[in-house]
Design a protein around this ligand. Structure first.
Ligand code: NAD
Ligand code: IPM
Ligand code: MN
Length: 360
């Protein structure tokens, strides 16, 4: 029978809390759908610094490489905020993405009818929204060389380099065009080509690839500042957004609020042999350990994992389960409004598990 090896990297803060709920849901649906998931749990981020003085030990990377998929909670927190460079929890996350060749980060945002009222925007602005960001994840200013710091006092300087090669741009642009063909056939490429050389190359490369291989897909281009404004004013114009590492990081947190909370937004970091499935949010130190975390972003990331393992019935059941729980009015504190029922992290996990089983 079908069986998959999953590495769990719960990480820090609310990471372990939301990972536990995703495992609860996965165990239930996999049993009913007739496949099994074997988990190996490893430390990552701050937890790995505490245990091994390294935010992403090579042994953890090796475990991830040998598995069928990686589920990651979140890393970082105040305890490790004085650390610098490769010793930071966040550097561990960048390392595992790079080591697994996960160059494309897929960040879908949907706003079901039931959530339109929870959005900080007008319900009619967001109802029915369905957009999909493809963020380049292993290049750009996050990884560019040279980088560093030198000097003292007022002469002290630090620098990073935003660099992309044609090959890096093409491979992530292909991912965006392929997704567009499966969706509403439109790509909006976001850059800063009016100022940055690297963005000029980005735009020219996307235009060339489009002309050569994807001219059936509608393509347009926006500068990042305008894109951020459009995201808030008229988000339903977007189908697939294609952008670089740092612009995608910023724009996707903004897009997450359309449905009312960062706690709803899942992601898949793919392109290499093993994918990482990770919510867009962080370790949320302000609510960690209180049962307040919204587990939906993590649970929906687990559904994206099942999609890539070709267990789409189970993945769809999980999504249907989340939709049902939202439609029934249950909300964690990040989304709660008058008329909703406030529920804890574990209560929401239980509700999704039951609703997903009923949908399978
Ligand atoms: P954050 O995403 O952790 O939190 C931002 C705000 O959103 C907070 O108010 C938080 O309570 C809320 N929030 C986030 N997820 C939520 C959820 N599931 N349910 C309810 N509310 C939620 O961002 P931050 O505060 O800027 O960063 C905290 C730490 O997390 C930092 O160390 C940062 O580097 C790290 N971080 C890690 C990841 C990751 O591991 N993928 C992503 C982003 C930030
Ligand atoms: C994210 C996070 C990470 C990023 C950090 C924690 C390295 O913000 O996954 O969006 O910037 O990629
Ligand atoms: Mn981010």
């Amino acid at each position: 029978s079908r069986s998959y090896n999953i590495t769990l990297l719960p990480g820090d803060g609310i990471g372990p809390e939301v990972i536990a709920e995703s495992v609860k849901v996965l165990d239930a649906v996999s049993e009913k759908a007739g496949f099994s998931l074997n988990y190996t749990e490893q430390n990552a981020g701050g937890a790995a610094i505490d245990a091994h003085s390294d935010p992403m030990p090579d042994s953890v990377v090796e475990t991830c490489k040998k598995s069928d998929a990686v589920l990651l909670g979140a890393v970082g927190g105040p305890k490790w905020d004085e650390l610098t460079g490769a010793m930071r929890p966040e550097s561990g996350l960048l390392k595992i993405r790079k080591e697994l060749g996960a160059f494309a980060n897929l960040r879908p945002v949907t706003v079901p009818e039931s959530l339109a009222e929870n959005s900080p925007l007008r319900p009619e602005t967001v109802a029915g929204l369905d957009l999909f960001t493809v963020r380049e994840l292993t290049g750009g200013i996050y990884f560019g060389e040279p980088r560093g710091t030198e000097g003292e006092g007022d002469e002290k300087k630090s620098w990073n380099t935003m660099v992309y090669s044609v090959a890096e741009i093409k491979r992530v642009a292909r991912v965006a065009f392929e997704w567009a063909r499966k969706r509403r056939n439109k790509v909006t490429s976001v850059d800063k080509a009016n100022v940055l050389d690297v963005s000029r190359l980005w735009r020219d490369t996307v235009i060339e690839l489009h002309a050569a291989e994807y001219s059936d897909v509608e393509l347009d281009h926006l500068y990042i500042d305008n894109a951020a404004m459009q995201m808030v004013v008229n988000p339903r114009q977007f189908d697939v957004i294609l952008t670089g590492n740092i612009f995608g990081d910023i724009l996707s947190d903004a897009s997450a609020t359309l449905g009312g909370s960062l706690g709803l937004l899942p992601s898949a970091s793919v392109g290499g042999p093993v994918g990482i499935f990770e919510p867009v949010h962080g370790s949320a130190p302000d609510i960690a350990g209180q049962g307040k975390a919204n587990p939906f972003a993590m649970i929906l990331s687990a559904a994206m994992m099942l999609d890539t393992l070709n267990e789409s019935d189970a993945a769809n059941a999980i999504r249907a389960g989340v939709d049902k729980v939202l439609a029934d009015g249950y909300r964690s504190g990040d989304l709660w409004k008058e008329g909703n029922t406030l529920a804890s992290t574990t209560e929401l996990g239980d509700l999704v598990k039951d609703a997903a089983l009923a949908a399978l």
